[in-house]
Design a protein around this ligand. Sequence first.
Ligand SMILES: C[S@@+](CC[C@H](N)C(=O)[O-])C[C@H]1O[C@@H](n2cnc3c(N)ncnc32)[C@H](O)[C@@H]1O
Ligand SMILES: Nc1nc2[nH]cc(C(=O)O)c2c(=O)[nH]1
Ligand code: SF4
Ligand SMILES: [Mg+2]
Length: 214
Amino acid sequence: MYHVKEAFYTLQGEGAQAGRASVFCRFTGCNLWSGREVDRALAKCTFCDTDFIGTDGINGGRFASAAELAAHLQALWPTSARNATPYVVFTGGEPLLQLDKALIDTLHDAGFEVAVETNGTLLPPPGIDWLCVSPKGRNTLAITQGDELKLVYPQTDAPPEQFSELAFTHFFLQPMDVGFLAQQTDNVASTTAYCMANPQWRLSLQTHKIAGFD
Ligand SMILES: C[S@@+](CC[C@H](N)C(=O)[O-])C[C@H]1O[C@@H](n2cnc3c(N)ncnc32)[C@H](O)[C@@H]1O
Ligand SMILES: Nc1nc2[nH]cc(C(=O)O)c2c(=O)[nH]1
Ligand code: SF4
Ligand SMILES: [Mg+2]
């Protein structure tokens, strides 16, 4: 059984694929936080910007098989976009708690490319076309290679220098969103300064929040 918080058609807002039309599938649950505000301060990941509890979001639900969930996601790719390669982004919560080879294979059979946004603490199933790893504090990485490493910045326990030798194609720093403007301005400024001093790293802004498309 797959548990999905929400699923929707949008543009990828972040990283090297920013601007690309995508079906987002947000799985329920995470291994680094319960998702409850009362648990946030003591969680293994404390700055999450996402509600991933339950299956009550738009197009959310429980899906008994890979075929059922794949058909649900396929229906969100518009027929008007049939000349482009359909693209699905699995996120969460932590998608590697639920994403499996059967679901990836079924989506490939339907013509999709499959992308994943993960905290990197769990091993991925085979067949992922675009793997984005976003390390969290002291939590040990199980994945040390992939397409992009997208680090939320700044994190006291996870400085960029700790990841710069890993085998990723792209390295991004994404300013931490803490929900109030003055701090956001500071985080964007410090991230910009780090990228200018260390050009291996590029700035990733959360463009969906700026443009308001989800
Ligand atoms: C909500 S997470 C879900 C996927 C996975 N659990 C992970 O952490 O990568 C999706 C993306 O949002 C980023 N993110 C989460 N909270 C953020 C925040 N407060 N500011 C900026 N990016 C954030 C994560 O680092 C990750 O790249
Ligand atoms: N548009 C949009 N792009 C995103 N890229 C990563 C996201 C995520 O929450 O995983 C996200 C998201 O929530 N919305
Ligand atoms: S690991 Fe990802 S989903 Fe889990 S709490 Fe952190 S940012 Fe949120
Ligand atoms: Mg998000």
